[in-house]
Design a protein around this ligand. Sequence first.
Ligand SMILES: Cc1ncc(C[n+]2csc(CCOP(=O)(O)OP(=O)(O)O)c2C)c(N)n1
Length: 541
Amino acid sequence: MMPMQNPFRVFLSGNEAVALAAAHHNITRGTGYPGTPSSEILPALHSHGVAAEWAPNEKVAAEVALGVAFAGGRALVTMKHVGFNVAADPLFTAAYSGVSGALVIACADDPGLASSQNEQDTRSLAKAAGIPVVEPSDVQEAYDYTRIAFRISEKWGIPVILRLTTRVCHTGGIVSGTYQAEPPPVLAFTRPIEQSVMVPAHARPAHKVLRGKLAAIARWNNEEGPFKVYGPSDATLAIVTSGVSSLHAQEAAPDASILSLGLTYPLPMDRIRAFTKDRKRILAVEENDPYLSESLRAAGIPAETNPESFRHGELNVVRVRRLIAGQPEPDAPPPRAKPPALCKGCPHTQVFGLLRDVDAIVAGDIGCYTLGALPPLRALHTQLCMGASIGMGLGLRHTLPEKEARKVVSVIGDSTFLHTGINGLIEMAYNPPPTGHIILVLDNGTTAMTGQQENPGTGRNIDHNPARRILIEDLARACGIEDVRVFHPTREADALRTALAEACEDDRLHFFVARQPCVLISGRGRSQKTETANCPTPASA
Ligand SMILES: Cc1ncc(C[n+]2csc(CCOP(=O)(O)OP(=O)(O)O)c2C)c(N)n1
């Protein structure tokens, strides 16, 4: 339950602290799409009685949140870093239009790729979009800075990114504060068309308005923005840092002067300049892109350029000590871990056996089934991003010599199909390759990889209660696909194998659904838990 007493003191994860802060901030609605390490925020928000729901993908989630904020409400939208790419189209222009209420985008980066397909840095994207970035370094700041992010958004009428990273999301700690109810927002559509319809004639001045807001926020950041200073005030070594790197720096360099920034875009350059003035050595300690060090150098502050190796992987105390000592990598290799594998009894294993039987070239996608690429199966041959299996499978079909083209099968999970695979289905119907094509949807009735969240195909909502169910095969029928069939991959293994083999031979379009529940949701009833995947370490979540 949400602590309402005044003052409060609770033990939470970083994600739970974000949710509590949003609930305390009296927000109007939360939306998002699961993705490790962000997935726990929305269910926690829902548990506080705030309207919250899973969207089919991050773009739709961002658009719903923008509608809430255009109506004067306060919206939180959650996603992992690669989800920002999906949501980027509305968000880049929403920076121009601004918002009437408040919009905070909780975006969780994954330095070191614990469960992702890349190591992109949201700070670099945020700068490109012109969206301010607030970065907590621990659980307490996850609470405090979420509230600051909402205040910045509401004060300047601009979307704000709350950039989290794996360690901040999943670390547990004590959060304390004094609960004060934020007055409810005034809900009304009062926006002038010039600020809400981004045609070129409106967007040109809106871009100038955005730059003006960013300049004003930078000034505020210099004077009143969130920051903390650690260590002696006059050390020869000055460290500028943010996020979890701040904790590593405090432990690795207790004798250094450390400036830990809370609002990292736009940067408080005057504050940084004053802090670093006359220091012998200036170092930016940060994970992922050299965002801080390059920004400082561009502003004429002589921060060191960190060795390239430090942009890869998470930082820790030992690595920060090495950075300070000027000892580039290599680090000691990490202890060998057991490779991830599909769960015992997972229906995906069964399907990959059948795909091997027909010697398929599998254009794959992201989900538990990506583990089909690893030994002993080695039966999934491409994977880049969510939804790519269908477009890439079609491209392979168009290009490979006929004998090979016939073997290409696009394999995608239910949540991923509804996320961005559906567009590939339309492409297949519209631009079919001469050899036809096969889409095989692995429908295990859940979004397994990120912790068994519901999706529009499961017929249940965020708290696992009944909701309208989208039947995946009906979408294929509506697109005019000739051969649409549903199989139980274990009980109807022979029929599915035969169907795949025959489909490889003809020139038609085929849409097969292998429907069998995930072992983690069948048998023992629905789990109400929405934690990070309790499958073995996912390849990419
Ligand atoms: C753009 C983006 N959003 C979210 C994720 C995190 N993610 C990876 S796979 C996946 C969905 C997996 O569900 P499903 O397709 O049903 O396959 P399953 O794991 O159930 O086999 C999610 C949410 C991601 N990698 N990329």
